[in-house]
Design a protein around this ligand. Structure first.
Ligand code: SF4
Ligand SMILES: [Zn+2]
Length: 283
């Protein structure tokens, strides 16, 4: 945060789920529930942290997903804790709501970071391969509405229907396209969620999550960009997540974690790199 390494509390709050709920790789809404999480949330405030990141099953700013009274209670609790920064996620169509939240938190000098899942700057990929429900122009409009706030873009590494090579190029290109608009770019390598089109493609041999080498390539080719580049892959080394060989997966995962803090080039060699290169070069 602001070039400092600080402690962040990550909170996943149960909401009724994303009101779009149609992206081909996502089934967050399946995990949604509407439990009364506030007592547990309040108890978490006893811990020591300077930043809090709130993950919903879609959009923190969507009052259909998270009713405004509950959202306001969460903000009040955070204000009392006097953290330095709050990070929330939203689809672009709710971005304007962020101004109210920003103004409310400003009274206590709390910075608001708004993260939006753009996935790709390519409209063909957004519309047909991901079914994102908005275009790159919508994202740009939202980023403009968030002027003066800290902005973060999530970019997908390897949307369905792309080869390993195309996936690398799309991720790098997308990062370059948003670099002047956001403060942080977070690359999300696809992990297979259950009951999604991507899971179907994977089960039928028509999709594989990206290689870790591809993620490393994307990170190394974007580290010179002005936003901070981060990547926190999930399901690493598992059947449903990014993969390399057993020998190097753990080491590279740690290097990717370090990269998120310093954006220093990742160097590593392993015998599986040739196999990855063959796959990238054959297409
Ligand atoms: S990826 Fe985001 S916008 Fe798409 S369905 Fe999932 S939560 Fe909703
Ligand atoms: Zn290896």
């Amino acid at each position: 945060m602001d070039d400092q390494v600080v402690t962040a509390l990550n909170v996943v709050i149960p909401t009724k789920g994303c009101s779009w709920n149609k992206c081909h790789m996502c089934s967050y809404a399946l995990d949604s529930e509407t439990a009364d999480f506030l007592p547990e949330f309040i108890a978490l405030m006893d811990q020591d942290f300077q930043k809090i990141k709130i993950f919903t099953s879609g959009s923190f700013l969507d009052s259909e997903e998270l009713p405004s009274p509950i959202r306001n209670k969460i903000l009040d609790i955070i204000k009392k804790k006097k953290v330095k920064e709050l990070s929330i996620e939203t689809r672009p169509e709710f971005a304007e709501e962020a101004c109210l939240v920003r103004d409310y938190l400003k009274e206590d000098n709390i910075t608001l970071e708004v993260a939006m899942g753009l996935e790709s700057s390519n409209d063909r990929i957004l519309q047909y391969y991901i079914n994102k429900g908005f275009t790159f122009k919508d994202f740009v409009r939202a980023a403009t509405a968030l002027e003066g706030m800290k902005k973060k873009a999530y970019l997908l590494v390897k949307p369905p229907f792309l080869t390993e090579y195309e996936a690398i190029e799309d991720a790098v290109r997308s990062a370059e396209d948003v670099a002047e608009m956001v403060d942080v770019i977070s690359f999300n390598p696809v992990a297979i969620h259950r009951k999604t089109l991507v899971e179907y493609l994977w089960r039928t041999g028509n999709y594989k999550p990206p290689w870790m080498w591809s993620v490393v390539e994307v990170l190394n080719r974007t580290r010179h960009l002005s936003p901070q580049i981060v990547c926190h892959p999930v399901a690493v080394g598992k059947r449903r997540g990014i993969r390399n060989c057993r020998k190097c997966t753990g080491t590279l995962a740690r290097k990717v974690q370090d990269y998120s803090l310093d954006n220093e080039e990742i160097t590593h060699e392993c015998s599986c790199k040739d196999e990855w290169l063959r796959e990238v070069q054959t297409v």
